[in-house]
Design a protein around this ligand. Structure first.
Ligand code: HEC
Ligand code: HEC
Length: 302
């Protein structure tokens, strides 16, 4: 009798365990959603590449000039959980992503899922890239495949238990991974909507300019209000809402100037982690930079 009860308990436990694992298995993109996109436009892919700052993390540390197009990885990203290392995403088939299908690539970008179905860490900012449209992802993929190969092996991450278990990211995703737009601006002018797409999607401005909770989730009700530097240290990331004491009185064009040149209206130069962002974003057209400015004037003030 007792033996049967224990047997039943074990079976029930196994069943619950299996249900638990299924519930935590990260869901992938619906392949049907990717069927109707047009052929790849490599020129647009290059623009998306600069807007989304891939080189900032995936170029070898210290690379300059054309070497920034060799996405060999290796940069260490410090966090409260340890150090993440950006992997090699060059078209090398063995050490990079040259062998990945477009579907696999799109799942990494929009679902945070790796090639073998595993969770990726949100140090790859898929929490923003999820808002990118599939055509841009297609074009970006095609552009990446034109870049030089690197045979540098990716470095393992150096993070603490339990965060080194990728399944733990499933809990995090359930709580903090949301594709909804953080600012409700439905009836806004087309340039504001274009700026919204760039800021909330590819350019991932909120990943640094929005404060995070204890578990690293973005506080969407404080969208772009600034806060402590997510990479630790005692740096501060400024408030860039219209209520900001610093840029509240900049015009949309002055914001665009800053992104284009790296100079503030007072001729201060851009600093900190914004230097890398400015270098990448400055490749965008003036119209896109003005659109970012227009969006930053249209969102609610802090
Ligand atoms: C803020 C830094 C950062 C930026 C910006 C960034 N990545 Fe990453 N990326 C990472 C890190 C760190 C990982 C490793 C994540 C992991 O191991 O779970 C990663 C992983 C990846 C992977 C999975 C690689 C693999 O071997 O599993 C792909 C693909 C990728 N990134 C592509 C991109 C592309 C394309 C862009 C630009 C649109 C980009 N990343 C922008 C940091 C970044
Ligand atoms: C990797 C983190 C990071 C990302 C991503 C980022 N920023 Fe910044 N940003 C900063 C930091 C840090 C500063 C402070 C720079 C300084 O001290 O000069 C800053 C400064 C600024 C300023 C000037 C504010 C001031 O008070 O001087 C503006 C405007 C700005 N960012 C806009 C943006 C926009 C728009 C985006 C997206 C295209 C963006 N940032 C993405 C980290 C980031």
């Amino acid at each position: 009798m007792k033996r049967i009860t224990i047997g039943v308990l074990i079976v029930a436990a196994l069943f619950m365990g299996a249900a638990f694992v299924v519930a935590l298995t990260p869901p992938k993109l619906d392949p049907d959603d990717l069927r109707n996109i047009a052929g790849a436009n490599v020129q647009n892919g290059e623009k998306v590449f600069w807007a989304s700052g891939c080189a900032g993390c995936h170029a070898a540390p210290g690379a300059t000039g054309d070497d920034r197009l060799v996405l060999a990885g290796g940069l260490g990203l410090d966090s409260h959980y340890g150090t993440f290392h950006a992997p090699n995403i060059s078209p090398d088939k063995e050490h990079g992503i040259g062998d990945w299908s477009f579907y696999e690539f799109a799942n990494a970008m929009k679902k945070g899922i790796g090639r073998h179905g595993e969770n990726l860490y949100p140090s790859l900012p898929y929490t923003s890239y999820v808002r990118m449209n599939n055509q841009d992802i297609r074009d970006l993929h095609a552009f990446l495949m034109t870049l030089p190969e690197s045979s540098a092996p990716s470095k393992p991450h150096d993070i603490t238990f339990p965060f080194n278990i990728r399944l733990s990211v499933s809990f995090w995703k359930l709580l903090y991974f949301d594709s909804e737009s953080p600012a409700q601006l439905e009836n806004a002018a087309p340039d504001v909507l274009r700026g919204q797409y760039l800021v909330e999607g590819p350019a991932h401005c909120g990943e640094c300019h929005t404060p995070r909770n204890l578990f690293g989730g973005l506080k969407y009700d404080h969208w772009l209000e600034g806060g402590p530097n997510p990479e630790g240290g005692d740096g501060i990331v400024p408030d860039i809402t219209p209520g900001s004491g610093d840029i509240g009185d900049w015009t949309a064009s002055e914001i665009a100037d800053y992104l284009e040149t790296g100079f503030t209206p007072d001729y201060d130069t851009v600093g900190g982690s914004m230097v890398e962002v400015q270098k990448n974003i400055s490749h965008l057209s003036r119209a896109d930079l003005e659109a970012i400015g227009a969006y930053l004037k249209a969102i609610p003030a802090n």
